[in-house]
Design a protein around this ligand. Structure first.
Ligand SMILES: Cc1ncc(COP(=O)(O)O)c(C=O)c1O
Length: 398
């Protein structure tokens, strides 16, 4: 007899577009940092739905807020005002110190908006189009054609060429390589404050401050993608706040909704004035349902001081992983900040991640082929981290 998961997998294979190689697990519900599959097996989650479920699963206050908004009003369109979008917007501006926000449906769409600001900024600055944007090698900004154009990964880009013209790629953490790409028609530099999908590489202070300086000197917009690394994960609300720099444009998503689809691009100073009525729009973006969720997430972040908690747990995770790295020669490097850390192995990590899931019921995700990424819900405790390390150790190669 097939169990529920096997039956569902068979049906899924007939129905869903095959763009993912899924693990043979179907989650049914969650509580705290634990997920439960259709058979009731408990899994410790250190992936948080790819850095999304910051509050963990089933947070009563968050659930109540989403439920209440569901019963009240889901959607009206941006032709009208709604209270949750204003509330969430105010909180996001306060947390970031930016001047304006535009809510989107995903991280990728937030990147699209940021790129449109950059292009129109160049157009307004010089009175013509055809500007260049500098992005980083090994970056990841999303899968739509614009976001893919600034994603420094040949493998993702190749089948979809030609992409946006005017994008060039610098080496991350190499200021000279950015400097060398700046020309009269450059309008912006875009980078992740901590490269996530690329293998958990934080920008060095020297690099990020240097890029900010170059942008100021040459009149370029600095766009920081905080979709994965932002929202409290590094101990600050946004990772760039640890560096003493401020972007002109930033993007956020993932943890902003704790599971409902929402993202945002934010801008300050002259960048906040670039887009005018008619320049950008969305049917769903900023609707009452997702904004009520984001508003509650932002309220809970502040009330429970989640970023500070993430910072403390990040230190504990750091020490725990260092300890593991010392005892296992297969671990080659350890990088990251707060609750976004990675272990680089001397071998591909696919088997480790799979065995952790199926044998130890530990959810981990990889980043590139040789890095395991640790992005748990921000509510993790020291006991959860110990528990994770015990489970992981069981599946590490000799
Ligand atoms: C840094 C970064 N930017 C953009 C994206 C795209 O976001 P989304 O998948 O919500 O469209 C991601 C997704 O992983 C990301 O990590």
């Amino acid at each position: 007899m097939q169990n529920k998961t096997e039956a569902a997998m068979g049906r899924a294979e007939q129905v869903l577009y095959k763009t993912y190689n899924r693990f043979p697990v179907m989650f049914d519900h969650g509580k705290g940092v634990y997920l439960y599959d259709a058979e009731g097996t408990e899994y410790l989650d250190f992936g948080a739905g790819i850095a999304v479920c910051a509050l963990g699963y089933g947070d009563p206050e968050y659930t109540e807020a989403v439920k209440a908004q569901t019963e009240k009003l889901l959607h009206t369109s941006n032709l009208f005002y709604n209270q949750p979008v204003i509330d969430a917007g105010e909180k996001l501006l306060k947390a970031s110190g930016m001047d304006r926000v535009f809510f989107t449906n995903s991280g990728t769409e937030a990147i699209e908006g940021a790129l449109k600001i950059a292009k129109k900024y160049g157009f307004s600055r010089d009175g013509h189009g055809g500007h260049e944007i500098i992005a980083m090698k090994h970056s990841f900004h999303g899968r739509s054609l614009g976001a893919l154009s600034v994603t420094g990964n040949q493998h993702y880009q190749e089948p979809f060429q030609p992409l946006l013209p005017g994008i060039c790629f610098a080496d991350f953490n190499d200021l000279d390589s950015v400097k060398a790409l700046i020309h009269d028609n450059t309008c912006a530099v875009i980078l992740e404050t901590i490269q996530g999908e690329g293998g958990i590489y934080p920008a060095t202070e020297e690099f990020l401050q240097g890029v900010r300086r170059l942008c100021d000197e040459h009149g370029l917009l600095l766009i920081l993608d905080e979709i994965q690394c932002g929202m409290g994960r590094t101990g600050a609300m946004f990772a760039w706040q640890n560096y003493g720099v401020k972007p002109d444009v930033m993007t956020t998503a993932k943890a902003l909704g704790n599971g409902v689809p929402i993202g945002a691009f934010l801008a300050c100073g002259k960048a906040a004035e670039v887009l005018k009525p008619g320049d950008h729009g969305t049917t769903y973006g900023g609707n009452p349902l997702v904004c009520a969720a984001a508003d509650k997430v932002l309220e809970i972040f502040e009330k429970r001081n989640l970023a500070a908690h993430a910072g403390q747990m990040g230190e504990y995770l750091w020490n725990t992983l260092e300890n593991l790295a010392k005892r296992h020669a297969c671990i080659r490097d350890h990088r990251g900040v707060g609750l976004i850390q990675g272990l680089e192995f001397s071998c591909p990590v696919g088997d480790i991640v799979k065995r952790a899931l199926l044998e130890q019921h530990l959810v981990l995700i990889s980043a590139e082929h040789q890095v395991i990424r640790f992005v748990p819900p921000l509510i993790v405790t020291e006991a959860d981290i110990d528990h994770m390390a015990e489970k992981l150790e069981q599946v590490l190669p000799e």
